[in-house]
Design a protein around this ligand. Structure first.
Ligand SMILES: Cc1ncc(COP(=O)(O)O)c(C=O)c1O
Length: 466
């Protein structure tokens, strides 16, 4: 009897064993990391002038592997191998390792030559770094709403936000889905805008058979531990453009040390001496992890597709919409909770599901425009820089409710399942399905006890990742 009763009302939970998400790591990672340690390879970068400066700056990632210099502007053996393998996989000229995707976005914005008072259009729904990273080079983020079906930036909203100051768009391929790149490319062409693809959550996803990250001017990847492939912390910038690659390599690697009296103004711009380099140990992990990219993507896809098909009988759970051009990779599986179809709120559902032993999150806790940095326009110092720069005052205003779709997704609709990743199996997905079936069968009891559950405090779990 207790098995049939909802756990939130005193019954047994559907599942007692905890769920787990862990990177897929084996002997190959151990072997490469140990080799780096034995060979005393920790970082072989040097930021100072290479002998054949111009040749080295724009040596593509494939050829860079075979140069013999050990101590180098382009990094040591693992960095160059990871760069080589990544460029081969994505079929691009340059793959530039970096210490995080956050740094990758900042560096790309700087390498594209954006500066004070320029505006960059960004979806208001993403991990905070997609919105704050441009500020590092004084570029003004302009947040727009997302498409309510794909959760990616809405091309119509991009057009509405364009001003004479707009210079670029950051397309965040959220949760492994891909933005409507055909429409975005047309807009970028018409208004002469750069496209930065934030591929942190979509490595290996495809749009019309093209890998995400290879469609715009630059693609940025994250290898933070929670990502599909990881190096602990880390990232990659990819591009086919020689000038962008050279600037990225300079900016992330103490750029100013490589400059001399012959350097042009263009070479000097934004070379303010950052060190965003990846270590040899991270690159060793990256080489091994890239070999597993297809396996881990397939792992998440299999679990995600299974859950989508098993839960399709419930009209109160709406899966993400995938455009016909897109082959997604399901970084995290998000459903929309349709309150009107079941007559109780998402927060009660979440409390009931968590009580059944199923971890579920509500995604990001706020739209990026709700970050007080933006609401109060306080970034550098207390005088509203860069919105109040010597190049003029920015008219951009941020408000808590500026994006209707994002607000609704965050406050009422999102249900995020993280446990589609390794090592979760179909058996784990079955537990999620069983728990949801149990809640559905007992939905009347949940409604009858609504007030009691609200008072019990379980509902305080409503926000947050899991
Ligand atoms: C969409 C997106 N962009 C950027 C980042 C930042 O990545 P990193 O932690 O490597 O700086 C993340 C990380 O979660 C992300 O999800």
């Amino acid at each position: 009897m207790k098995d049939k009763e909802l756990a939130i009302l005193g019954g047994h939970p559907t599942r007692e064993a905890p769920f787990c998400v862990q990177p897929l790591v084996d002997k190959r990672e151990e072997e490469l990391v140990l080799k780096a340690i034995k060979e005393k390879n920790f970082s072989r970068y040097i930021g100072s002038m290479p002998e054949d400066k111009e040749r080295i700056f724009t040596l593509n990632s494939i050829d860079a592997l075979s140069i013999d210099a050990e101590w180098h502007f382009l990094g040591g053996p693992n960095i160059r191998k990871f760069s080589h393998d990544f460029a081969s996989y994505f079929n691009v000229k340059y793959a530039i390792p970096i210490n995080s995707a956050t740094s990758g976005i900042s560096v790309s914005v700087a390498a594209l030559g954006l500066s004070d008072n320029d505006e960059i259009i960004i979806p208001g729904l993403s991990y905070t770094a997609s919105g704050t990273a441009p500020l590092l080079f004084n570029v003004i983020p302009v947040f727009v709403d997302v498409d309510k079906r794909t959760f990616c930036i809405d091309p119509k909203k991009i057009i509405e936000a364009i001003t004479p100051k707009t210079k670029a768009i950051i397309c965040v391929h959220l949760l492994g889905n891909i933005c409507n790149m055909n429409q975005i490319k047309l807009i970028a062409k018409k208004y002469n805008l750069h496209i930065i693809e934030d591929v942190a959550q979509a490595p290996g996803a495809k749009y019309e058979k093209n890998l995400a990250g290879t469609i715009g001017d630059v693609g940025i990847f994250s290898f933070q531990q929670s990502k599909n492939i990881m190096t602990g912390e880390g990232g990659m910038i990819i591009t086919n453009n020689d000038k962008i690659a050279k600037k990225c390599r300079l900016i992330l690697n103490h750029g100013e040390a490589c400059m001399d009296e012959k350097s042009s103004i263009n070479d000097l711009i934004n070379n303010v001496g950052c060190n965003f380099r990846m270590t040899e140990l991270s690159a060793a992990l990256g080489i091994a992890q890239l070999e597993k990219l297809d396996i881990v993507n397939e792992w998440r896809n299999k679990n995600a597709q299974y859950l989508i098909s098993k839960l399709s009988k419930f009209d109160f759970l709406e899966p993400p919409f995938i455009e016909s051009e897109v082959e997604p990779i399901f970084h995290i599986l998000a459903f929309k909770f349709k309150e009107k179809k079941i007559n109780f709120s998402r927060d009660i559902f979440i409390a009931a599901l968590r009580a059944e032993g199923i971890p579920v999150g509500t995604g990001y806790t706020r739209g990026m425009y709700e970050n007080p940095i933006f609401l109060k326009k306080i970034a550098y110092g207390k005088n509203s820089y860069p919105w109040n720069s010597i190049n003029g005052k920015s008219e951009i205003i941020y408000t808590s409710n500026q994006c209707e779709v994002i607000n609704s997704l965050i406050k009422k609709e999102f249900l995020w399942f993280y446990h589609i990743a390794h090592p979760s199996t179909i058996k784990d997905m079955d537990d999620i399905v069983k728990a949801i079936e149990k809640i559905y069968i007992n939905r009347d009891k949940l409604v009858q006890n609504y007030e009691r559950i609200l008072k019990s405090g379980d509902i305080s779990l409503k926000q947050g990742r899991i």
